[in-house]
Design a protein around this ligand. Structure first.
Ligand code: MRU
Length: 347
C-alpha cells in the first residue's frame, strides 16, 4: 500500500519521488519552508498529493508559531499560506486545501480557541483532508472500474496513482485498480511522459509493485498503439477541471484525447471534487506552469541537447471538454454537458 505523505510528531514524512524507482528514500520535513520546497521541487507531485502536503505544511508552520496574540497568529497563518500557495500554479487542489485550512482556522479564531487548541485543530483538519482523499479515491476506483470492460488494455499518461494522491488507490490508476478489484482482467500501457518521466518512473513502479501487467511506451507511440487496436480506453487524472469540463493535466494529455477521438476510443478523466474549479468558466483561465528548460535538455546530469538551446517547457495542457467521454469522481460519473453535470456533483 503506497502512501506518499504522512504526518508525524517530528514533521511531514515524504517519499522522495525524484529518486524513484531506483531508491525509496523518505524525507522528514521539519518546517513549512521545507514542505514548500518539496512541492516546488517535485519531491511530492500530483494534484491531490500537493493539496494534502500544503495542508500539512500549514499545520506544521502554525505548530511552530511562538506568539500568544490572535492577530499575530492570523498574520502568521496568511504568511505561511502565501508561501505554500506560490509553489505550483496549476493544480487547484493546492489552493482548495489552503482555503479549507483557512476556513477551519478562522472558525477556531471566531470561537475564541486558545493558540494551542488552534494548533491541534489545524493538524486534525490536515489529517482529515488526507483521510477524505483516500476515501474519495476508493469511490473513484469503484465507479471508474465499472467503465472498464473485462480484458481491456488501458492507456494512461503521467502518474495519477497512489503517489499523486493521499495514497492507496490513485485516480486514473484507481480506476484500473478498481477494475481489477471487480475481478476484471486489465492491462496497462503507460506513456513514459517526457520530460519528467512520471510514467516511466512512477506509474510503472506502482503497477509492477501491484502485479498489474504494464507495458511502457514513449509518448510518440500512443497513436500507433491506438490505431493498431491495442488500446480499449484511455484514463488520465487532472490538475484542474473548469466548470465546462475543460481539463488541465500533464502536457501531452490533449494529444492523447485527440488521438482517442480519431480512433473511437473512450477517453476518461478521473479526479476528486477537490480538482474541480467551478470558478474557472473554461480551460482558457487555467494558469499553465512553465518549468525549467533543464528538464528537457538533461536527464538527471546527462546533457541531451546543445548548450544554450532555446527550450519551451509547459508542464500541462488543457483538453477541451468535447474530447472527454466522462469525468469520474467520488460522487459519481459526470457526462456531457459538463456545465450541468459537474455542478450537480456539488449539490
Ligand atoms: O507535474 P506533476 O507530476 O505534478 O503532474 C501530475 C499530473 O499531471 C497528474 O496527472 C495529475 O496531477 C493528476 S494526479 C491524481
Amino acid at each position: 500500500m503506497i502512501v506518499p505523505v504522512k504526518w508525524t510528531d517530528e514533521g511531514v514524512l515524504m517519499l522522495d519521488q525524484r529518486l524513484l524507482p531506483a531508491e525509496e528514500k523518505w524525507l522528514v520535513l521539519r518546517s513549512y519552508v521545507e514542505v514548500a520546497d518539496a512541492i516546488r521541487n517535485m519531491v511530492v507531485r500530483g494534484a491531490p498529493a500537493i493539496g494534502i502536503s500544503a495542508a500539512y505544511g500549514l499545520a506544521l508552520g502554525m505548530k511552530h508559531f511562538v506568539g500568544t496574540s490572535q492577530t499575530d497568529m492570523e498574520d502568521e497563518f496568511e504568511y505561511v499560506a502565501d508561501v505554500l500557495s506560490k509553489t505550483r500554479p496549476t493544480a487547484i487542489n493546492l489552493f482548495w486545501a489552503i482555503e479549507r485550512m483557512r476556513k477551519t482556522f478562522q472558525q477556531a479564531i471566531s470561537e475564541g480557541k486558545s493558540v494551542s487548541e488552534i494548533k491541534h485543530i489545524l493538524v486534525e483538519e490536515a489529517k482529515r483532508i488526507h483521510d477524505e482523499d483516500i476515501k474519495a479515491q476508493e469511490k473513484i476506483a469503484e465507479y471508474g472500474g465499472r467503465l472498464i470492460e473485462d480484458g481491456s488494455t488501458v492507456l494512461t499518461h503521467c502518474n495519477a496513482g497512489a503517489l499523486a494522491t493521499g495514497g492507496v488507490w490513485g485516480t486514473a490508476l484507481g480506476v484500473i485498480r478498481g477494475a481489477k478489484h471487480q475481478g476484471k482482467k486489465v492491462a496497462v500501457i503507460a506513456d513514459e511522459t517526457r520530460p519528467y518521466l512520471q510514467g516511466a518512473r512512477l506509474t510503472a513502479w506502482e503497477l509492477v509493485k501491484d502485479e498489474i501487467p504494464v507495458t511502457l511506451i514513449t509518448d510518440n507511440m500512443a497513436g500507433y498503439m491506438m490505431k493498431t487496436g491495442k488500446v480499449q480506453a484511455v484514463v488520465v487524472g487532472a490538475d484542474r477541471i473548469a466548470a465546462n469540463g475543460d481539463t488541465a493535466n500533464k502536457i501531452g494529455t490533449y494529444t492523447l484525447a485527440v488521438l482517442a477521438r480519431e480512433n473511437k476510443i473512450p477517453f476518461y478523466v478521473a479526479a476528486p471534487l477537490s480538482t474541480i474549479d467551478l470558478n474557472c468558466a473554461t480551460g482558457n483561465e487555467i494558469p499553465i506552469e512553465q518549468r525549467n528548460g533543464r528538464e528537457i535538455t538533461h536527464i538527471r546530469d546527462i546533457q541531451l541537447a546543445p548548450e544554450g538551446i532555446q527550450v519551451s517547457n509547459p508542464a500541462f495542457d488543457v483538453t477541451p471538454s468535447e474530447y472527454i467521454s466522462a469525468i469520474i469522481t467520488e460522487k459519481g460519473i459526470a457526462r456531457p454537458p459538463y456545465e450541468e453535470s459537474l455542478r450537480k456533483l456539488f449539490d
